[in-house]
Design a binder for this molecule. Structure first.
Ligand SMILES: Cc1cc2nc3c(=O)[nH]c(=O)nc-3n(C[C@H](O)[C@H](O)[C@H](O)COP(=O)(O)O)c2cc1C
Length: 168
């Protein structure tokens, strides 16, 4: 079972969350590779007051991105996990740009968002993954302040097992 995680993280919460989840899944013999989407031009702080960030986010603009360590070869993976912070109720421009580049791949995908307040923000990522990335989203969840529940880990293990025909 091989999972590719593609995350964007500007202030570290999403990255920390994903590495925690990856550690838990790897304990069950699931192989996980993490890729990071980064904006080529950094958003200056304070982020909340950055007019470029606000404009790009509200207008759903594409931005120049790079993937570290490299663009994943998705055909090598059984499952994709997308993870994005929420900005002004939306996913971030680097993540949205990345998803648009994926159009038509149809991969099984799990969408995770991180936010400060408890709303169903992961539905926003799900919709964009489905409509703009052509992905097959099988589960989505929003995590508040990066808190990961045991239920989420159990759910991810169950879904991974199902994809892998019962053997994780
Ligand atoms: C510009 C900006 C806008 C944000 N808008 C929201 C929001 O609409 N709702 C929310 O719950 N959190 C919002 N947040 C908080 C982030 O979604 C949250 O802290 C997230 O976990 C940050 O992820 P990161 O550390 O991986 O970048 C916002 C943060 C920033 C910087």
């Amino acid at each position: 079972m091989k999972i590719a995680v593609i995350l964007h993280s500007e202030t570290g919460t999403t990255r920390k969350t994903i590495y925690y989840i990856a550690e838990k899944l790897e304990m069950k013999e699931i192989s996980i590779d993490v890729f990071e989407v980064k904006s080529k031009s950094d958003y200056r702080r304070p982020l909340h007051l950055n007019p470029k960030l606000i404009y790009h986010t509200l207008k759903g603009k594409n931005v120049e991105i790079e993937i570290e360590p490299c663009m994943p070869r998705l055909e090598e993976y059984d499952l994709l996990i997308l993870a994005s912070p929420i900005w002004i109720g939306r996913i971030t421009p680097p993540m949205r740009t990345f998803i648009r580049k994926l159009k038509g791949k149809g991969m099984k995908t799990i969408c995770i968002t991180t936010s400060r307040i408890n709303r169903e923000y992961s539905k926003v990522l799900r919709r964009i993954a489905e409509e703009e990335g052509g992905l097959n989203v099988i589960y989505d969840e929003n995590l508040v302040n990066g808190a990961v529940s045991e239920e989420l880990i159990e759910r991810l293990l169950k879904l991974s097992g199902e994809i892998n025909g019962g053997k994780v």
